[in-house]
Design a protein around this ligand. Sequence first.
Ligand SMILES: NC(=O)c1ccc[n+]([C@@H]2O[C@H](COP(=O)([O-])OP(=O)(O)OC[C@H]3O[C@@H](n4cnc5c(N)ncnc54)[C@H](OP(=O)(O)O)[C@@H]3O)[C@@H](O)[C@H]2O)c1
Length: 269
Amino acid sequence: MTGRMTRPATIVTGSSRGIGAAIATEFARRGHRLTLVARSGEQLDATAAGLRALGAEAITVAVDLRQAAAVETVMERATAAFGPPDIIVSNAGTAPADKVERTTTAVLQATFDLHVAAPLAFARAAVAGFKERGRGCLMHLASTAGLRGYPFTSAYTAAKHGMVGLTRALHAELAPAGIDVYAVCPGFVDTEITRNAAAAVAARGKLSADEAFDRMAAQNEIGRMHLPAEVATAVAQLVEERPRGCVYALDRDEPGFVDEPPIADGRAT
Ligand SMILES: NC(=O)c1ccc[n+]([C@@H]2O[C@H](COP(=O)([O-])OP(=O)(O)OC[C@H]3O[C@@H](n4cnc5c(N)ncnc54)[C@H](OP(=O)(O)O)[C@@H]3O)[C@@H](O)[C@H]2O)c1
């Protein structure tokens, strides 16, 4: 993006709760005009009402992003409200966890549809406009599961690696056109996904939900859970400061890019 945008038109998927709602809130404070996306219209409306109370403009689009026409619907509604989007944050996600023996192709496919196919569809839909305007940003909420393996999460870990791979390819292709493409990789974050995972461990009977939660936190390199607001701040800073780089590891005492492909040097601006 050339310089700092005033009142960017921003789409945030998975923004009814958790990390996506925190990102939308951070952007609302920074003056973005927001399109919120998730399946549950009711939860989206509640989040949007909170953003409007902060003085932000926000619309909601309730769709299942695994459905073929969903991205098109979001782009149409967002563009009708605020003009072509400047920033698209692909954050919507689910985290299926199971033994490999029980991980079906259907689960793998559904996970890829959400974490890889939907971000690619947003890129496909937005890039012509980004190129015309010489700016734009695609932000992908990836994970340390996109950088290394975790047990009992073969579909999720494969999808997050897919998301990181997609980000690297888009960055290599689009950076020369002035388009920023980032993946942010937190470790475990204190949200519903993590609380549900802890409850699922507790249901198996060996640990309490609190113990399972603490064990997950201890797996983070920073030694504790990330908070959604911390992830949101990192996302907002990348979008505003547009540093050169692509895959941003957050679960570090000193967060930073884990690769900086040389193609970034060819960026137009
Ligand atoms: N929590 C963590 O420890 C952690 C760590 C690293 C990365 N992440 C990533 O961060 C992102 C957000 O996770 P979170 O922890 O904030 O999860 P969360 O609290 O469960 O929120 C997930 C969001 O995605 C939406 N969503 C889920 N499936 C969808 C679908 N098919 N179509 C449209 N929207 C959908 C949910 O709303 P509906 O259910 O109403 O659709 C909700 O708004 C995910 O991509 C996740 O993989 C999370």
